[in-house]
Design a protein. Structure first.
Length: 267
């Protein structure tokens, strides 16, 4: 199996945000950014600009949003930098026990590859974004499977779309509901307002859910294993989790680089 070296531009297109990072030949992180997936045209312009400035640097993409991926790939092509997508032009080197490997999201595989490269052995990956997932990776690099639940923002959105109570309905705008998932101020329990009650329920409830899912997944790897955490909603849960996590905000991007270094791609 050939091994590639050199700088690389990585792009992770998620349901909520587009993250990108330019890595140097030594793996040192360089220019990068994070932009809402709903405004993929903005991310496309910035990523294409970075690709152009980086000259002949290869570009690899992990995406779970086809429409946003199409915009970003088109911008990269216009900049003369066609990209290799994980699972298509860029092969996935990880084995998986999924009955149908095409069902597993490339973001989860990129995270698993990043975690395996970081710890060099069995590990768990807890990702808290639009979905909350905990995946198990064996010592030999096999993706053993995982668990999936709604993330706190998705759960909150679903709740607010189904209630009629005015005290809840006024929390529906994104900017208002986002306030509920801040790391500060301290939680008030029991809450004495609808917002306080909902914030406590979300943060404590999802922290407890994460703890329980990690506990269950530890049995898949035969005992205690390092837990790497990632995802935009994770910081809000961390103060309330009992699980010890190693936080890696750009785990998927690092996983893309680890995969590219191993198998390369048609870039």
């Amino acid at each position: 199996m050939s091994r590639h070296t050199g700088p690389l531009l990585t792009v992770d297109i998620g349901n909520t945000n587009v993250h990108w990072r330019l890595f140097g030949a030594d793996g040192a992180p360089g220019e990068g950014g994070c932009h809402p997936t709903a405004r993929a045209e903005v991310a496309a312009e910035l990523v294409a600009c970075a690709a152009h400035d980086a000259g002949g640097v290869p570009v690899v993409i992990c995406s779970v949003v086809p429409e946003a991926e199409a915009q970003i790939r088109a911008a990269l092509t216009r900049a003369g930098r066609p990209a290799a997508a994980l699972g298509r032009e860029l092969p996935v080197p990880l084995r998986t026990r999924y009955e149908d490997p095409t069902e597993i999201g490339p973001d989860r595989l990129a995270n698993a590859a990043g975690a395996l490269a970081a710890v060099g052995g069995a590990c768990l990956v807890a990702a808290v974004g639009t979905a909350l997932t905990v995946d198990a990776v064996s010592a030999d690099g096999t993706h053993l499977g995982g668990v999936i639940a709604p993330g706190p923002e998705a759960a909150l959105s679903g709740l607010l779309s189904r209630v009629a109570a005015p005290s809840l309905r006024r929390l529906a705008p994104p900017e208002a509901s986002a306030e509920l998932l801040r790391t500060t101020p301290p939680l008030v329990v029991p809450g004495t307002s609808t917002a306080e009650c909902l914030r406590a329920g979300l943060l404590l409830g999802f922290a407890g859910l994460l703890d329980r899912l990690v506990e269950v997944q530890q049995s898949a790897v035969g005992g205690a294993a390092p837990v790497l955490g990632t995802g935009g909603a994770l910081p809000a849960l961390l103060p309330h989790c009992r699980t010890s996590l190693r936080v890696e905000p750009e785990l998927g991007l690092r996983g893309l680089r680890a995969i590219w270094l191993t198998v390369g791609g048609a870039t």
